[in-house]
Design a protein around this ligand. Structure first.
Ligand code: PHE
Length: 526
């Protein structure tokens, strides 16, 4: 029997990519999209003490909102900086992975890449609202670029191991598949209850959609680009013949690796946005408002529920001394792989959730080049090239066009590719990024200057990219994180259906603030 695509397995399939069935569930109208509403809570916190663990996006937003309501917050942050996985790598940035030597970023002044969050879906209203409220400017993030490349290694035939422009593959595959459908419709092979008129309409649509000729055949055309583009006088433009469908298939371009991710997933559809000048500007905007509440270099060691409030023991990493903090409530935003190393007296359900919810690996390698050859030679302005090699993607900057130098994210990968790359030494990562990326851009060899690389699964105080829920983990372990442990609440992207997005951090923070405030207001009445 053929497998049937049910709502359930559609959601499960979609969940395999981000670990969240959110996309599929919103598509099926089962849950509403990320809400736009700001908090509007009545009452005053009366200076009740809130301990917030982690100055990432969830912790910062919680401190900001609770501050507005009159609570007294202390944010403990293990690092010497705020922002967590919202972080931009610039000249002088330092990082030391678990088993690695310290890296100091040597990029030129003004050059940067977003080591963590880099793009914002246009419907993530909670993020956009904070940008508006805090005066953080947004610009377009070109998530799609038909002029960027696909490169499949290891295939057969005339297209094997050759880079192709995304527009070529998109148009060719669309052309051939619509041709197949148009033929099937025409021959009445599809057992559909259609009138002749309906059928003609669909065929007309398929011809337009696929760029078919009057005989319903796909023969390429200008949409897929030119060998020589149109120009002045007699330069009429020379088109290439479309390769045969079989050539594309044999070269590996029918592999799901090369599906049209940006257009076909809800989160990555144009228009996407980014924060002008680097995502850390969002961190800075919060820090400007609540900076005094953050204690840096405070590595949490113990979290205790306590009778009348929470008790947190932390190490002051500068002096090595242990300190204790008491609060009426605590919000713990610490990523689960890190939390799993911290002593606590949580219930067994929560401990299981902390230990068993999987996280995704992810690496990013920033490469500084002497010249923006991708703009000058290849006409690529933003977007990504994609490949089945371990680097997975090359992300082009969509800011500061035409300036002399630039930084590519020469590797942005997940899962097992990220595990392999993360296990290499810094030197070998650089070599791999240059070697694999050089297959798409031969200019790499000439133009490369400096690299800075990150494997988030090895970065202290993160130990992973983002929570990657399997449907089973979501069902079994997730619910435990949504209940407070006494006066301790959990927040962060891992406590949302918007995992791997800033919006998940914000929305979980807002929900938690709301819950704490309601409880505190009730206590005040008693
Ligand atoms: N939000 C991250 C990004 O935009 C991680 C992610 C990757 C989420 C792919 C969904 C899909 O890169």
């Amino acid at each position: 029997m053929k497998p049937i695509l049910t709502r359930r397995n559609f959601i499960q399939k979609a969940a395999q990519l981000t670990g969240s069935g959110y996309t599929a569930m919103t598509a099926l109208n089962l849950i509403p999209a990320s809400p736009a509403k700001a908090l509007s809570l009545e009452g005053h916190g009366q200076g009740k003490r809130i301990i917030i663990l982690g100055a990432g996006m969830a912790g910062l937003a919680a401190a900001y909102e609770l501050g507005k309501l009159g609570y007294q917050c202390t944010v403990l942050e293990a690092r010497e900086r705020a922002g967590g996985r919202v972080w931009t790598v610039r000249r002088g940035t330092k990082e030391k992975e678990l088993d690695g030597p310290e890296q100091t970023c040597q990029f030129d002044e003004g050059q940067y890449f977003n080591g963590g969050a880099m793009r914002i879906p246009h419907h993530h209203q909670s993020v956009i609202r904070y940008c508006r409220e805090l005066g953080v400017p947004l610009e377009n993030f070109n998530n799609t670029n038909e002029g960027a490349y696909y490169y499949c290694e290891g295939g057969k035939g005339e297209l094997a191991n050759k880079r192709i422009r995304q527009r070529e593959l998109h148009n060719d595959m669309r052309g051939y598949t619509t041709e197949l459908l148009a033929k099937a419709m025409d021959g009445q092979a599809l057992d559909l209850p259609l009138t002749k008129e309906d059928r003609d309409k669909i065929i007309e649509y398929l011809i337009a959609e696929g760029g078919l000729n009057a005989n319903k055949l796909y023969k390429g055309g200008s949409r897929r680009g030119y060998l020589t583009p149109p120009g002045a006088y007699e330069q009429s433009g020379k088109m290439a013949d479309a390769p045969a469908l079989l050539s594309l298939v044999q070269a590996g371009y029918a592999d799901p690796y090369f599906y049209n991710v940006a257009e076909y997933t809800y989160e990555q559809q144009n228009t996407m946005l980014m924060i002008s000048g680097g995502t850390d500007r969002l961190t800075d905007a919060f820090v400007k408002r609540i900076g005094k509440k953050i204690v840096y270099g405070a590595a949490v060691k113990e979290i205790r529920k306590g009778e009348n409030g929470a008790r947190v023991v932390y190490t002051d990493t500068k002096s090595g001394t242990e300190k204790e903090l008491l609060g009426d409530f605590c919000i713990c935003t610490i990523p689960l792989p890190v939390l799993s190393t911290i002593e606590n007296d949580f219930s067994s359900n929560v401990q299981r959730a902390i230990d068993l919810i999987p996280y995704n690996n992810t690496c990013k390698i920033g490469l500084q080049f002497k010249r923006r050859f991708w703009e000058e030679d290849d006409s690529i302005f933003g977007g990504m090239s994609r490949t089945n090699l371990d680097i997975t993607q090359i992300v082009y900057p969509c800011a500061d066009y035409l300036t002399p130098k630039g930084i590519l994210i020469g590797c942005y990968n997940y899962g097992s590719s990220a595990e392999r790359v993360g296990n290499l030494s810094l030197g070998d990562r650089e070599k791999l990024a240059l070697e694999q990326g050089g297959k798409i851009h031969p200019q790499y060899r000439q133009e490369f200057e400096k690299a800075f690389s990150l494997a988030w699964q090895k970065i202290p105080y993160s130990l992973g990219g983002w929570a990657l829920y399997s449907p089973e983990a979501r069902q079994r372990y997730y619910p435990a994180l949504l209940q407070p442990e006494g006066t301790i609440y959990f927040a962060g992207e891992h406590t949302s259906y918007l995992t791997a997005w800033i919006a998940g951090a914000f929305e979980s923070a807002l929900r938690t603030v709301e819950s704490i405030h309601q409880r505190a207001q009730k206590q005040a009445l008693n």
